[in-house]
Design a protein around this ligand. Structure first.
Ligand code: AMP
Ligand code: MG
Length: 446
């Protein structure tokens, strides 16, 4: 089959029976323009959401010069005066303690050139002071401290106003996904509400007459539907609103009805199963009547039978009840394979990036590490393979990896045991034991 020919910058046709993964990724990106709707949410609800606009710091951080240590604050002029007055190569200083500056309780009085104030970490430096000596480096008498001038340099142990961020400087860029440190940073700037992109609405369903839901009896020839649960987990992790449309029978009318519901309520629809020979035909017919197919089939294992396209809305003028959905937009369609591991691989390689782009997020590259293969890995050039593996650090401190047991694309148990994919690129051939390969850690991915 051929690709739709409306892909800017792309050749009009590909042999999509073996579309390389990197080309598929590029095609998907070309079909996606980020959603524009935004909403203002309370600070904590911004966790995991995509920033709609950059955050300019409303304050300097720190707001005022302050102490980085518990100790005594004084003017560095005292160090110079002591050096000038002393004949010793290491002059001693004695400073009178005239007050206390505590965090939240600045010292408002004067501090003379041979005076100091006791100060705690984070407390504002009194105006006349620019240096702090930690308390363990001084000898204390009831009203004074004594220390060697060599113990501290002028300006030491102070944090300067604006050292971390200047007022007006961009603290976080648009498209950033808010993580724990960002939430803390926003709070440190006094920001209590945040402008974020709206969540994606993703509908999903499983297709197959053989599928049963957990809790139901398992009829002869049937299997339990695991894909909907895996997809639910993957989508939750990406902070999407999900619409679970259940199990759909292998019948054109049922499929059509499910797709109509998905299109009316979601930005994206993910189906699993029904994309291999035979069953695929009516999915394809439906998509071609109501939208376009970008590609069908990847040079990828597991995950070959992936279909990507879009479905146009039924009646653009009629908005459904759920507010922000742009009903004039096409709904993106990902027809994932039925095999449960292939669902996870295609999600990781294709769907994840697509959802991030649609959500207006900056790309979130997954961590790749180099690891020594512990075994021979059979691989033929011409397709990308993602065997699942267990990576650990060897006694030499280097990462090493071996595939988990069965690499059948139906075997979820070995997927569950694994902690990474072994990345065998399109052109890669057999990997000998001891050879280096890339691994993609599941942490940060699933
Ligand atoms: P299909 O792509 O529909 O030909 O399915 C390929 C294989 O995946 C078959 O063995 C199906 O039974 C299995 N499969 C399809 N959908 C699911 C599902 N939702 N959960 C578990 N296995 C499935
Ligand atoms: Mg099927």
């Amino acid at each position: 089959m051929t690709l739709s020919n409306n892909l800017p910058g792309c050749p009009a046709q590909h042999d999509t029976d073996a579309l390389p993964v990197n080309i598929a990724q590029a095609l998907v990106r070309q079909w996606i323009s980020p959603l524009v709707a935004t909403e203002r949410v309370p600070l904590r609800e911004a966790l995991g959401r995509v920033l709609a606009s950059p955050i300019d710091s409303p304050l300097a951080v720190p707001a005022h010069d302050n102490s980085a240590m518990d100790g005594f604050a004084f003017s560095s002029a005292a160090l110079q005066a002591a050096s000038a007055a002393s004949t010793s190569s290491v002059p001693e200083l004695e400073l009178a303690v005239v007050g206390r500056a505590l965090a939240g309780h600045p010292w408002r009085g004067d501090v003379g050139s041979m005076q100091c104030v006791r100060i705690t970490t984070g407390a504002w430096l009194p105006d006349a002071c620019d240096t702090v000596i930690p308390h363990e480096q001084v000898e204390q008498t009831p009203h004074a401290i004594r220390f060697s001038a060599a113990a501290v340099r002028g300006g030491a142990n102070c944090r300067r106003a604006g050292e971390d961020l200047q007022a007006g400087q961009i603290a976080l860029t648009a498209g950033r996904i808010v993580r724990a440190a960002d939430l803390g940073l926003l709070a440190s700037l006094g920001i209590s509400t945040v402008n974020v992109r709206r969540r994606l609405r993703v509908a999903f369903f499983s297709t197959g007459d053989e599928l049963r839901s957990p809790g139901e009896p398992l009829d002869p020839g049937c299997v339990y539907d695991s894909n909907r649960h895996t997809l639910f987990a993957l989508l939750q992790r990406m902070n999407c609103d999900t619409l679970d449309l259940g199990i759909v029978r292998d019948e054109p009318a049922a499929l059509d009805a499910a797709l109509r519901t998905a299109v009316a309520h979601a930005d994206v629809v993910l189906t699993s199963g029904g994309v291999s020979a035979g069953e695929a035909d009516f999915t394809q017919t439906l998509l071609q009547t109501r939208g376009e197919i970008a590609f069908r089939g990847l040079a990828l294992r597991p995950g070959r039978p992936l279909t990507f396209g879009r479905i146009h809305p039924d009646k653009p003028a009629e908005s459904p009840a759920d507010g922000q959905l742009d009903t004039t937009r096409a709904t993106l369609f990902f027809g994932l394979p039925g095999n449960p591991v292939a669902v996870m691989v295609t999600f990781a390689l294709i769907v994840r990036d697509a959802l991030l782009a649609l959500a207006g997020a900056q790309p979130q590259p997954v961590t790749l590490l180099g690891a020594r293969s512990r075994v021979l890995l059979r691989k033929r050039a011409g397709r990308t393979e993602y065997p699942r593996g267990i990576a650990s650090r060897g006694s030499d401190g280097q990462w090493q990896v071996a595939p988990t047991g069965s690499q059948s694309s139906g075997a979820l148990n070995t997927m569950s045991e694994a902690n990474c994919f072994i990345v065998l690129s399109h052109e890669q051939t057999d990997v000998s034991p001891g050879e280096m390969v890339d691994i993609m850690l599941f942490d940060g991915l699933f």
